[in-house]
Design a protein around this ligand. Structure first.
Ligand SMILES: C[S@@+](CC[C@H](N)C(=O)[O-])C[C@H]1O[C@@H](n2cnc3c(N)ncnc32)[C@H](O)[C@@H]1O
Length: 249
């Protein structure tokens, strides 16, 4: 088997899965163990980096940089901050170090890695930039309930629950809707699902993989709502589409 290792002067955006230390891929583990520098982004709102916790068993003598990033909806501030971090990363790569940025879930799904990759693309040759996939929170959430996300010609739509009008429109555009950031306005979201008679088809996982903190709800119509944190993902099984005759013929 060709086992990939962290190479000198290269940058890796590595997905570390939703939080359980054993939901990392073998490749992610190998690259993290080999890296010279680990960059772990942390939001200003949280006290610790969940991505860093997920890789704790793999940390030895790597330099660890925990870096806060802006949680503001301002593209120029976001780009400025990531441009600054990209400079730190590219300086290290030029000195021959391997740098890994760890990201919860997958680095290409609602992840800040994309901002850093974009900024790094101007400073590091493409062949030295790598994305290593991780198990996304929506896959972990689905796995808790043993129910298919898609079959036959079902459409799966992934989105953030931050705009409830957009969520309402999406209910008509897919058979399975996955909502990241589902606890932002939970009362509003539950109300919306109730109006569409979908509460009993909606499931959620909050703080998945975080031991006794994990909340798992298989049927929201039978649930007494609690305050949930940012790490909450909801899956709504709206309908089944089945094989479409026009396509089959
Ligand atoms: C910034 S996004 C990161 C998504 C991540 N890149 C992925 O692929 O899962 C944060 C959202 O991911 C979801 N999430 C991440 N970790 C989770 C966990 N352990 N349990 C439940 N949801 C989680 C939540 O919807 C949260 O609001």
């Amino acid at each position: 088997m060709d086992i990939k290792k962290a190479q000198a002067g290269h940058f890796y955006a590595v997905g570390v899965g939703p939080g359980d230390p054993d939901l990392l891929t073998l490749r992610a583990a190998r690259i993290i163990e080999d890296a010279d520098v680990i960059l772990a982004p942390q939001s200003k709102k949280s006290k610790n980096s969940l991505a860093l916790q997920a890789i704790a068993p793999l940390l030895r003598d790597q330099e660890v940089i925990v870096s806060q990033y802006p949680m503001v909806r301002d593209n120029s501030k976001t780009r400025e901050r990531w441009g600054f971090l990209a400079k730190e990363v590219s300086d290290r790569c030029r000195r021959g170090q391997s740098v890994v940025q760890v990201t919860l879930g997958d680095p290409l799904i609602f992840a800040t890695s994309s901002y850093l990759m974009e900024a790094l693309a101007e400073q590091i040759p493409a062949e030295k930039l790598h994305v290593e996939p991780g198990i996304s929170a929506f896959q972990m959430t689905a796995s808790r309930f043993n129910e298919a996300l898609t079959l036959q010609e079902d459409r799966l739509l992934l989105m953030s629950a931050t705009d409830l009008q957009a969520v309402e429109k999406a209910l008509k555009q897919c058979e399975t809707l996955v909502l990241f950031k589902a606890a932002g306005d939970l009362p509003g979201l539950l109300d919306l699902l109730e109006r569409h008679n979908l509460l009993q088809r909606a499931k959620l996982v909050s703080a998945g993989g975080q031991g006794e903190h994990e909340v798992r709800v298989a049927d929201l119509s039978r649930w007494q709502p609690l305050d949930l944190g940012y790490m909450t993902t909801m899956i709504i099984h709206i309908d089944k589409r089945g094989w479409q005759e026009s396509v089959a013929s």
